[in-house]
Design a protein around this ligand. Structure first.
Ligand SMILES: NC(=O)c1ccc[n+]([C@@H]2O[C@H](COP(=O)([O-])OP(=O)(O)OC[C@H]3O[C@@H](n4cnc5c(N)ncnc54)[C@H](O)[C@@H]3O)[C@@H](O)[C@H]2O)c1
Ligand SMILES: O=C(O)C(=O)C[C@@H](O)[C@H](O)[C@H](O)COP(=O)(O)O
Ligand SMILES: [Zn+2]
Length: 366
């Protein structure tokens, strides 16, 4: 197996490997051998990914699995809902599974979050593996065990921390990803530079276009560096008691925009995060914590990557400042009624603060 890199998320008896490389799908049966051997596997995918890549995955697993079934849901964020989850769980049970079943989440972050939560709740918990197919899922959502669905009150409000048994990121699959989705995933890559790795941010300033052009070496470096950063944070703080909240840079704003856009595809998660990160820099500048030059560099990279950098270029999800602040009050970082924001002292130096006056946030959103 060539050009593969591997990382471990060290979580004791729940530790797992992340394998990254082009062409991995054809080797999934071998790589997953110890986990998948002689098991009933249920692949969960969305209709778009399944149409393009499901047959290859099934072929690759045939040599190791006892039985393979596949279930699909419609592509897009609307599938991350309680109603789709309920149907999916019934459909899995109708296949006659028992606790030895292995679920495989095969798709973008929507499928990873949905199938991961299905695995956490089915028969009170069955094993699952992540095979992420979007850039966003390969650099972020497939790692770390946050699973769940959206609720009427907001994004990801129902879910569980539930770790996969392995993550297989086949970077060659990104060739079929629509360009807008590629850019949206790139926002979460930029996030890793902004929150804790200035050198990586500077590498992205120089090489971001190569990543978006899917140059093999550039994409391998971007996926590996992002997964390594996330793995180290998750190992230190699996259930977000402290530093894991840094992974939420830009997300307090993003989730409010997404709720306002009703998850209907006009605003992708990564686009909302990009705008939210631009606003997190603006907020840090307004609070005299960060200099305007770093805020300018952050926004310049976002814009050069085809992403929004604030309210002015947000494709959807804009609303009155009060309405957006109302959404932010459902954020999971709210403690005893106090909102917490991820702020930045500079590029690569983020921290969580519970000391942000709501008036400053309102002024920014106005
Ligand atoms: N759990 C976490 O830690 C975490 C982290 C970040 C984001 N998320 C969640 O992830 C979701 C966004 O994930 P996403 O951006 O992957 O969206 P997505 O799952 O909707 O995938 C994006 C689109 O690309 C298509 N697609 C995926 N892979 C493809 C491929 N290889 N070829 C062709 N088309 C492909 C999908 O069918 C879909 O239409 C959001 O719900 C977000 O909240 C979760
Ligand atoms: O893994 C994490 O922790 C993250 O925060 C990663 C985020 O990119 C992701 O969007 C996550 O789903 C947000 O989590 P939430 O707890 O704010 O819903
Ligand atoms: Zn995110």
């Amino acid at each position: 197996m060539q050009n593969l890199s591997q990382l471990t998320v060290g979580l004791g008896d729940r530790a797992y490997n992340i394998v990254i490389g082009p062409g991995l799908l054809a080797q999934a049966g071998d790589i997953l051998g110890p986990i998948a051997a002689d098991r009933h596997i249920v692949i969960i995918s969305d209709e778009q990914v399944a149409a393009l890549h499901l047959a290859s995955l099934q072929t690759s697993l045939t040599k190791t699995a006892r039985k393979i079934d596949a279930l699909t849901v419609p592509a897009g964020e609307t599938s991350k809902s309680m109603s789709v989850l309920a149907r999916l769980l019934d459909d899995i049970l109708a296949l006659g599974v028992d606790r030895s079943v292995l679920l495989i989440a095969f798709g973008g972050g929507v499928i990873g979050d949905l199938a991961g939560f299905a695995a956490a709740s089915l028969l009170r918990g069955v094993d699952f593996v992540q095979i992420p197919t979007s850039l966003l899922a390969q650099v972020d959502s497939s790692v770390g065990g946050k699973t769940g669905v959206n609720a009427a009150k907001g994004k990801n409000l129902i879910g569980a921390f539930y770790q996969p048994k392995a993550v297989l990121a086949d970077t060659a699959l990104l060739a079929s990803l629509p360009p807008r989705e590629l850019c949206a995933g790139f926002a979460e890559v930029i996030k890793y530079g902004l929150l804790g790795d200035r050198d990586f941010f500077e590498w992205l300033e120089a090489n971001g276009q190569n990543v978006l052009a899917l140059d093999d070496a550039a994409i391998a470096h971007a996926v590996y560096t992002s997964c390594a950063a996330k793995a180290r944070i998750v190992e230190a703080d699996e259930r977000e008691a402290g530093q894991r909240a840094l992974l939420n840079l830009g997300h307090t704003f993003a989730h409010a925009f997404e709720a306002e856009a009703k998850y209907d595809g006009r605003l992708l998660h990564g686009e909302a995060v990009a705008a939210g990160m631009g606003l997190a820099f603006d907020l840090s500048v307004a609070l005299n914590i960060c200099n305007g030059q770093d805020a300018g560099r952050c926004k310049a990279l976002l814009e050069a990557s085809g992403l929004p950098s604030g309210l002015s270029n947000l494709p959807a999800g804009r609303a009155s400042a009060d309405t957006l602040l109302g959404h932010m009050k459902h954020d999971k970082k709210v403690k005893d009624g106090t909102m917490h924001f991820v702020l930045v002292r500079s590029i690569g130096d983020a921290f969580v603060s519970g000391d942000v006056p709501p008036e400053t946030v309102l002024a920014l959103l106005e």
